[in-house]
Write a protein that binds this ligand. Structure first.
Ligand SMILES: Cc1cc2nc3c(=O)[nH]c(=O)nc-3n(C[C@H](O)[C@H](O)[C@H](O)COP(=O)(O)OP(=O)(O)OC[C@H]3O[C@@H](n4cnc5c(N)ncnc54)[C@H](O)[C@@H]3O)c2cc1C
Length: 338
């Protein structure tokens, strides 16, 4: 069994865990968390460790590794499919099954690392889809009320890379998530220009979900956004910064601008970082930007969390100085801060 967080995170960073429990089923998961709560021991829930930055000092509490998998089909009729997935099930396996069975709505989320239970936490999204579009229910263990609570998708408070679970950190342990997917061989309309171009369709048109999955995986591999232990460009948390959402007049001239429903505008963190003088590969021998993606901060093998955070601060401060926009980290920081 692993004893350091470095063995549990895709960055391969983080010191020792005081205690570590693997939870292969739901009962063990709830027991591991609630007995720690009874004993006043801090708890860190870990899925695939692909969105976690843990301090070099490690974690002075119980690390509970979520491994309860399984996929239960509640309905698969012409009205659509209802599929309940255990929190520990690897996310990309679920997408692969969906595409194979002709359930649509998550094909553009192919290749995202980590577990299914973590996907509602930050409302995982990529290439024009987000899990909020297909989550029907999230079953949780509420550590404050000490009982099971189920939230309908509409009650999850989903937003861009956020949810009620992320806004109330640590309170809810996701036990399973139920997805509602429509049936068909064509994916949902393609909303992302780069993906549409790769598929040879216009934005808003549809393509076979099998082709969408293949195209997304190809695009992601080209940017080192699919895990590969041999490739240090993937020793990351994916994007380290979210795309900032700012008032329209704060967007620098020439920067990408995606209008939001509330009148604000989302712009590109990668564009800001590059224009502030940090190109792909920027950094040191030990920690640097991926050579294939400006937003991925990578461990080249022997880095420490402290070094990674130094680089993150340098980027954040550089962008702040040049454009007056403060970048916010996407991964969850444990025992450390920017
Ligand atoms: C190469 C790469 C590419 C990526 N690409 C994308 C992308 O395209 N889009 C995107 O949105 N994200 C992306 N990510 C980020 C990451 O994969 C997702 O956020 C993923 O959902 C995290 O899952 P995990 O199981 O690894 O969570 P972890 O990193 O283990 O945990 C993340 C957070 O969720 C909590 N958590 C985990 N499981 C549970 C649970 N069952 N109940 C309660 N809390 C829980 C943890 O305590 C922690 O706070 C990428 C990461 C990498 C390394």
């Amino acid at each position: 069994m692993p004893t350091t967080l470095a063995e549990l995170t895709t960055l391969r960073l983080g010191g020792p865990a005081a205690e570590l429990v693997e939870a292969p089923d739901e009962a063990t998961l709830v027991e591991a968390v609630s007995s720690a709560d009874d004993a006043g021991l801090p708890v860190l829930v870990v899925g695939g460790g692909s969105n976690l930055v843990v301090a070099d000092e490690g974690y002075a509490g119980r690390v509970v590794v979520v491994r309860n998998g399984g996929l239960a089909v509640e309905a698969d009729t012409c009205g659509g499919a209802f599929v309940e997935v255990g929190a520990g099930e690897p996310w990309d396996d679920v997408v692969a099954v969906a595409v194979e069975r002709g359930w649509i709505g998550m094909e553009a989320l192919s290749g995202i690392p980590g577990t299914t239970g973590a996907t509602p936490i930050q409302n995982v999204g990529a290439y024009g889809q987000e899990v909020s579009q297909t989550v029907a229910r999230v079953r949780t263990w509420d550590r404050r009320l000490r009982g099971i609570r189920t939230f309908a998708g509409a009650d999850c408070g989903f937003g861009y890379r956020t949810s009620r679970f992320k806004r109330d950190p640590g309170r809810f342990v996701v036990l399973s998530t139920t997805f509602q997917l429509t049936l068909g061989r064509l994916g949902t309309p393609v909303r992302y220009a780069e993906l549409a171009a790769a598929l040879g369709v216009a934005v808003g048109e549809r393509a076979p979900s099998v082709d969408v999955r293949r195209a997304v995986l190809d695009l992601r591999r080209g940017k080192a956004m699919v895990l590969d232990p041999a490739d240090h460009d993937t020793w990351s948390t994916g994007s380290f910064f979210t795309n900032p959402v700012v008032p329209a007049d704060a967007v620098p001239e020439g920067a990408p601008a995606w209008p939001q429903p509330d009148g604000q505008v989302k712009t590109s963190a990668a564009w800001l970082i590059e224009r502030a003088g940090f190109a792909k590969g920027y950094g040191t021998q030990r920690v640097r930007l991926s050579s294939r993606h400006t937003l991925a901060l990578t461990n080249r093998g022997d880095a420490t969390t402290a070094e990674l955070l130094d680089l993150a601060r340098e980027l954040r401060d550089g962008v702040q100085e040049r454009f007056g926009i403060t970048l916010v980290n996407e991964p969850v920081l444990v025992g450390c801060e920017l």
